[in-house]
Design a binder for this molecule. Structure first.
Ligand SMILES: [Zn+2]
Length: 345
């Protein structure tokens, strides 16, 4: 397939995202302030996620006590705890004792602010397209021609989703685990939210156009039953096969004496995380997360091994790559699906 064919395929996906054109969209004058609001909310949520990333693996409350310096223990005053800004105003030091704070706190806040903005950009202002060739959060039109207002809830749902990706990524990098509150809790949240906001469950199907040519079309769930069913299928689609591979691999490696009697061929946390990703993204997204996550992992691991920073036997966290693939699917999923469909149809 040449670049032109991919380009026109992509346009057809984007065009198909909103049948008959978007009937519910924010005016450009309301969109820009809303985008600024998305960034501010993202920075504040990022600040809270820093607390979650640090405390959840230690089994500490994420609410109490309030933020305090890890060195002198003094509480951090609210005006010294403004996301991103405080880090630079205090030059990365504690206001009481001067102990250095990791730049990662500010980086996570900036990252979450950016992710919230990107998720908001999936819902572009009237007459505009999402930037960077990203997908549309299509607003389904009901039989009577009205657009469902509840479709706007897709944006905060995806904010919650990207927050889970960030916590999973950084906890896995720090501790080589992904907390159950993100994986099991994420799967439960995905199921519940797919029933409440079925529009988040979208899959790409091939449908004939007027001339009979098969074109990829994004189809969204319309009822709570449809949303819940697609979410459940998505949760099982990736995790059940992976669980069977884990069981078979563990049996084989133990028999061969390659791993101990109490060791497993694969972490359970990654499998539960795939279930959570599938509960939000559906079966196509779950399949992409496994394949795309492995691809991203190889892309990062091979250079690290070549530089001698990693060996083949090191345990590497898989969560960040699964999360990266989940984000790619959220932003450009219909494009990847159309690409696969065209390649295998
Ligand atoms: Zn201090």
């Amino acid at each position: 397939m040449n670049a032109d064919a991919i380009g026109s395929l992509f346009l057809s996906v984007r065009g198909a995202a909103v049948p008959g054109g978007a009937t519910l969209a924010l005016a450009a004058s309301a969109w820009l302030p809303s985008a600024v609001f998305a960034v501010l909310v993202g920075a504040c949520v990022g600040s809270f996620l820093n607390v979650c990333i640090y405390r959840i693996p230690l089994d500490q409350s994420v609410v109490r006590p309030g933020s305090h310096c890890m060195t002198c223990g003094k509480p951090i005053r609210w005006y010294h705890n403004i996301p991103v800004l405080s880090y630079f105003m205090l030059r990365g030091k504690c206001a009481s004792c001067g102990a250095p704070f990791s730049f990662r706190y500010a980086a996570v806040e900036l990252l979450v602010a950016l992710l919230f903005l990107l998720a908001f950009c999936l819902f572009p202002p009237a007459g505009a397209l999402p930037p960077l060739g990203m997908r549309w959060l299509a607003v389904p039109v009901a039989d009577d021609g009205t657009a469902a207002l509840r479709a706007l809830w897709q944006v905060p749902v995806w904010w919650l989703f990207v927050s889970g990706l960030v916590v999973a990524t950084f906890v896995d990098l720090d501790h080589l685990i992904i907390p159950d509150s993100v994986t099991v809790g994420g799967a439960a949240a995905g199921l519940l939210l797919s029933a409440l906001v079925p529009e988040i469950q979208a899959r790409t199907v091939l449908a004939p156009d007027a001339s009979g040519a098969l074109l990829p079309v994004l189809v969204q769930a319309h009822s709570w039953r449809e949303g819940l069913l697609q979410s459940a299928v998505g949760a099982a689609a990736g995790s059940v096969p992976l669980y069977l591979v884990r069981a078979a691999g563990t049996w084989w490696f133990r028999r061969r004496g390659r791993i101990g009697k109490d060791d497993y061929a694969m972490g359970l946390g990654d499998i539960k995380f795939v279930a959570a990703l599938g509960a939000f993204l559906g079966w196509q997204g779950a399949a992409f997360c496994i394949g795309g996550g492995a691809f991203l992992g190889v892309l990062v691991a091979v250079p690290l091994m070549a530089l001698g920073k990693r060996s083949l036997l090191d345990r590497i966290p898989f969560g960040p790559y699964l999360a990266g693939a989940g984000l790619l699917w959220l932003l450009w999923g219909p494009f990847f699906a159309a690409f696969y469909a065209a390649a295998f149809a």
